[in-house]
Design a protein around this ligand. Structure first.
Ligand code: GTP
Ligand code: MG
Length: 182
């Protein structure tokens, strides 16, 4: 049996205020969801071990930095990007402006860590979108994924735990591919 190899990766989770960044991380790390909105002030930090069936001898721990998305926190965010090996971009499928702002988020992050770092794109609140509130088509999401060269595009629900795990599994695989040449 191959020896265990351990990795720790820093991943930042960014996107407009209220899109569901904290909720996605909470669902992933603690399998819970809160209806009431508690705006993140500065940042939240969580860690989680990722299970990769493809690489049973890899022990990967993600350090997740979930950053405050509201405009007035833009001055506190840049230092948190330092050393990030991967990025999760999140928008809200029921709010088109949050989708349009992803390119600005990309600029903000890349100003600090440069371009070419692995990323994934998430359209969250699919449960609400499916109730007739969709403002971003699936094709638009896929097109933006290609434009920003993200590893994958996922339409998630933090509320109903839809496609949340694949987001973090895939950003981990993308980082491993980028850093370990697997
Ligand atoms: P900031 O911390 O201000 O940047 O916001 P955030 O992106 O962390 O958003 P947060 O996770 O706090 O969620 C905002 C609101 O949306 C909360 O009321 C959540 O309950 C709700 N929410 C998050 N994800 C979903 C989802 O998938 N479906 C539904 N229906 N509501 C969601
Ligand atoms: Mg938050």
């Amino acid at each position: 049996m191959a020896a265990t190899r351990s990795f720790i990766y820093k991943v930042v989770v960014v996107g407009d205020g209220g899109v569901g960044k904290t909720s996605i991380v909470l669902q992933y790390c603690e399998n819970s969801f809160k209806e009431n909105y508690i705006m993140t002030i500065g940042s939240n930090f969580s860690t989680k071990q990722v299970e990769l069936e493809e690489y049973p001898n890899f022990l990967v721990k993600l350090q997740l930095w979930d950053l405050a998305g509201q405009k007035h926190f833009s001055f506190v965010r840049p230092p948190f990007y330092r050393g990030a090996t991967g990025i999760v971009y999140v928008f809200d499928l029921t709010r088109r402006s949050s989708f349009q702002n992803i390119l600005e988020w990309k600029l903000e992050v890349e100003k600090v860590i440069g371009n070419g770092k692995p990323s994934v794109l998430v359209g969250n609140k699919i449960d609400l979108a499916e109730q007739g509130n969709r403002e971003v088509g699936e094709g638009d999401g896929e097109a933006l994924k290609d434009e920003i060269k993200a590893f994958g595009y996922y339409e998630t629900s933090a509320k109903e735990d839809l496609l949340v795990n694949p987001v973090f599994k895939d950003i981990t695989l993308a980082i491993l591919k980028n850093t370990q040449k697997i």
